[in-house]
Structures are given as C-alpha cells and as structure tokens.
Design a binder for this molecule. Structure first.
Ligand SMILES: *Cc1c(COP(=O)(O)O)cnc(C)c1O
Length: 425
C-alpha cells in the first residue's frame, strides 16, 4: 500500500517513510492510496472484536507488505492492552470509553501504537523523539515510549504551566524519558522543537523523529476502535474534536465499511469546522481557552485530510458530517445534569460529544448513537467536581504518578542550550 500526500505534489511514500517523516515533503499529510471496503459480514464480525484484534486485521489491510500479520498482531496487542468498552448510558446513547489507557486519555491509543511501530522499523539505531507539549500529548507520548528499547523521548513543556497530574505523568518516569521544563511558554517550546528539526548539523548526529498528531502511526490505530460503534448498526457517532485526527480516522473506518449513518463534529467554541460546514468558509483563527482544553485548536491540522477524503466537495462532506459547538457554561451544566439524571460522569470533552449526539438524536427520533468519551473525568477534576458537587476519586495510575518523585531538567528558552542537551546522550 502506498500513502499519498493530500497536496498531491510529493511522490507516493511507503508507510515506513510516512511514519518517520511526519508531514509529506510538499507540506501535505499522508493518506492511504486506496480504502477498499471489507465485506459486510467481515465488518460485522470485526465489530465484536477488541481494538487490538481489529487492529491485527484492519492494520494488515492498510499496511499490506510492510509488516507481517503476526508481527503486527503482537505489536498492537502489546500497545492496546487496556479495555475500550462500549457503555450504554440511555436507551439510545452509548459511550465508547477511550480513556482506560495509562494516561487516561484517548491519545494513549495513537501514541502507544506509534511508539511500537517506530521501534519495530528502526533496526536498533537509537532514535530521539522530540516533542513540545502543553500537557496531554507529552504525557501520552512519554508514557507510550517508556521502556521501549533504542528510543528516548525529550519532552519540552512550559515550566509551571501544565497541571500537576500532567507534569507527574511526564516527569516521574525516568529511564528513556527526559522531561524538560522550559523557562517560557508553550510557543517557546514549539519554536525550540522546530529549530532542532531544521538543524541539519544536529541531525547528522542525532536521529530525530517528531511525534505529533498528524503522524500516520497515530492516525492508523484510531481507525481500529471506530469499528466498535458498528455494533449498533447505522448509529450516529459524535466525536469531540480539536485537531480532527479522531474524526478523520472515523471517516476512514466508514470507507472501510463500518455502518455509521453519519458523524457529528462536536467542538467547543473553537468551532472553525462546524462553521465551515454551516457557511462553506474555512477561516482558521487563534484558539480560545476552554474547559475542554485538549480541543482548543483554531487551525485543525487534519482538516486537510477531511477535505481530501471528500475531494473538496463540501456537499458530500455535509452528507456524512454535521457540526455542533458548545460553550463552557453549557458543558458544565450538562456534566451536572447527566450525572444527576443518568448517573454517568462525563469529562468536559466527552460532554461535548454527548451534547452533539443528544442534539442529533432529538432531530432523528428513531436513531441511536455513540459518543466518544476521550478523557477520564478525574483528569479534569477542577471542572467536574464543582459541577457535580462532590469529589472524584483519582484512579490508581494517577495516584501512583503523583506519588513518584519528579525528575525534570530545567532549560532556558534558548536553542543552543537545547542543542547541547540533545547531543549529550
Ligand atoms: C486530543 C483530544 C481530543 C481531540 O482529538 P482530535 O483528534 O485532536 O480532534 C479530544 N479529547 C481529548 C481528551 C483529547 O486529548
């Protein structure tokens, strides 16, 4: 299988090349050259499988030739060693809980598979994954690569500007994970990372790889769990979206035959995609801070993939995807209401997906639906606890991370300092 750039001006790449390069040389993003639907009986069977089992089959189809089915199967079952349950909340709505991995957010799915794929294809040459984070991505990437041989992760975060839990998840691991607290903002961290990737001199000494969300190694495994809502045939599937990697994976799964009637692109007030679906105009803008901060994205990087999957035809996209956006007050009120009325505790991101689904179901009285719950409510205690008027116990993995000593390095927001740190190993 070859992978093609969304901009069409780069040569086709193998999965392996796409995995190590991130973006295509023309600045576009990679998508599989073909998305052949599986036979309906096969899809029905797959929907009853675990995400790892689905991955062994669907991954083999998308990667054919690049890795043996046995190796792929072992790799995904090692990566996806946590449950992804489909939990019924009302007579018409189910939660697909993607937050049972080590950092309690759905980014574990992508990051853990990506880590193992990178390691699988490196042949023992030491690899440095360099990443800037405002919190969630860094902790998922750090956890995902922890203990993976011949790799090390250098994660840059703005000192004093990530949550206690997030810092504990990155900075308490040690081993092959180096957490670096930068004296500066998230933008400074991103700038330093960009400078390192642009430094050809450095890159002759250190094999640097990005771990950002556009990477095919993260997109691929997100396709797997999108088969699970197929257990409820022709469900409406609501996806809480920021960079739209999760929704893009859903659109790919649908092409492969998963019987989803349509998707809801549910956002917070950073609603450039819902606005595009409504007006036909795509106007990226600076992001606004919200209670669902993992979705605070003003220029979603996977929009380009969505466009390409629909050949730029907005009418076709509108048939499959509707937009919905909610402000913080609505989100907090809904967390409280759903807890009281249904005994189900939503986190702010899942709450946005729930709201999108409820509004869609109100328009389609015979329909059923699935919303994607992307973070454990305990990760957003500061929002959830006041909404429900009680404390939310911390899961063991968070308690353990908070109890471990922090081992982070301080760094001035200066490129020469980062460069010598990267050369040190
Ligand atoms: C990253 C993230 C999202 C948004 O996913 P995208 O693929 O960027 O749209 C939603 N919820 C949580 C908890 C996240 O961490």
């Amino acid at each position: 299988m070859r992978w093609l750039s969304t901009r069409g001006a780069a040569p086709p790449a193998s999965f392996i090349d796409a995995l190590f390069s991130g973006a295509a040389p023309d600045g576009g993003l990679y998508l599989p050259e073909r998305l052949d639907p599986l036979p309906p009986a096969r899809v029905r069977e797959l929907t009853g499988f675990t995400a790892a089992e689905i991955g062994a089959v669907v991954g083999a189809q998308l990667l054919d030739g690049d890795i043996s089915p046995e190796e792929l199967s072992a790799l995904v079952s090692d990566a996806l060693n946590f449950p992804i349950p489909l939990v019924q909340v009302t007579d018409r709505a189910w939660a697909l809980e993607l937050f049972h991995g080590p950092t309690l957010a759905f980014k574990d799915v992508g990051a853990r598979v990506q880590a193992r794929l990178l390691h699988h294809f490196t042949d023992g040459t030491p690899l440095t994954i360099l990443v800037a984070t405002s919190g969630d991505t860094g902790s998922a990437v750090a956890q995902a690569f922890h203990g993976v041989p011949d790799t090390r992760v250098v994660v840059l975060y703005p000192r004093g500007q990530v949550s206690d839990v997030q810092e504990a998840q990155m900075a308490s691991l040690g081993g092959n994970i180096l957490a670096v607290a930068v004296d500066g903002t998230f933008d400074d961290c991103q700038r330093l990372v960009k400078q390192a990737f642009a430094d050809d001199q450095l890159r002759t000494h250190v094999w640097l790889t990005p771990a950002n969300s556009i990477n095919v190694g993260r997109l691929l495994p997100q396709v797997f769990y999108h088969f699970i809502p197929g257990r409820i045939p022709d469900a409406i599937v609501s996806v809480p979206s920021g960079n739209f990697g999760n929704l893009t994976a859903g659109l790919i799964a649908r092409r492969l035959g998963v019987p989803v009637s349509r998707f809801i692109a549910a956002t917070n007030v950073n609603d450039v995609v819902p606005e595009y679906l409504r007006t036909g105009r795509y106007e990226p803008r600076a992001s606004v801070r919200t209670v669902a901060n993992a979705m605070d994205v003003g220029a979603p990087n996977n929009f380009e993939r969505m466009q390409t999957l629909y050949g730029g035809d907005i009418e076709a996209l509108r048939r499959d995807v509707s937009g919905a956006a909610y402000d913080d007050a609505r989100v907090v009120a809904e967390i409280s209401r759903v807890y009281r009325q249904h005994g189900y505790l939503l986190d702010p991101h899942g709450a946005i997906a729930w709201l999108g689904l409820q509004d869609a179901l109100a328009q389609a009285p015979d329909a059923k639906g699935v919303f994607l719950a992307t973070a454990h409510p305990a990760k957003f205690r500061e929002v959830v606890e006041p909404a429900i008027g009680r404390t939310v116990p911390l899961p063991d993995v968070l308690e353990e991370a908070l109890a471990r000593p922090r081992i982070s390095r301080n760094l001035a927001a200066s490129y020469p300092d980062l460069e010598s740190l990267l050369r040190e190993f």
